[in-house]
Design a protein around this ligand. Structure first.
Ligand code: RP5
Length: 166
């Protein structure tokens, strides 16, 4: 009788790819220049990153797919920049347990020069936190991401974390 072997697991191509440590999302091509300082800062620190243009309003399915698979690809922190209604960071946070840093951006179409976006990002409902940096504070978002990445071992009560006695 032939030896019984377990069937190989199906490989989902998307999950196979190894992602960068930091995933950066912006809501529009028009946000690219404002998010650039985050990319420069991460490069200077030697931290891998990728940038995707995905709008919470114009491509909600794309945002859901990206955010819900990011951790599986090895990404550890997400930065999301958006202007105007700025739903992107909050929507991203609703699909992942990864820490999300929101960057409110000014837009030529903003009615309040970025105050609109900062209010949208900072006022997340209890249970779905998003860190929020200053308007156009993308460099600070990268520095905060680096600080989060520098932490190891989880937090008290995390299974597998060494205790003070160990
Ligand atoms: C937001 O609307 C984007 O993040 C951008 O800041 C703003 C304007 O987008 P565009 O109309 O320039 O694409 O969703």
């Amino acid at each position: 009788m032939p030896e019984e072997r377990p069937l190989p697991l199906a490989v989902i191509e998307e999950f196979e790819a190894v992602g960068p440590l930091v995933g950066i999302l912006i809501g529009s091509e028009s946000d690219r220049e404002a998010i650039e300082p985050a990319c420069v800062e991460l490069d200077e620190r030697g931290i891998s990153w990728e940038l995707k243009v995905l709008s919470a309003h114009r491509d909600p399915r794309g945002v859901a797919e990206y955010a819900s698979t990011a951790a599986l690809r090895g990404t550890r922190v997400l930065i999301a920049g958006a202007g105007m209604a700025a739903a992107l960071p909050g929507v991203v946070a609703s699909y992942t347990d990864l820490p999300v840093i929101g960057v409110p951006l000014t837009s030529s179409k903003s009615v309040m020069g970025g105050l609109d976006a900062i209010l949208a990002i900072a006022q997340m409902p209890p249970g779905v936190p998003v860190a929020c940096v200053s308007v156009n504070g993308s460099r600070n978002a990268a520095i905060l991401a680096a600080k989060i990445l520098a932490q190891g071992g989880g937090y008290p009560g995390t299974p597998g974390r060494p205790t003070a006695e160990q």
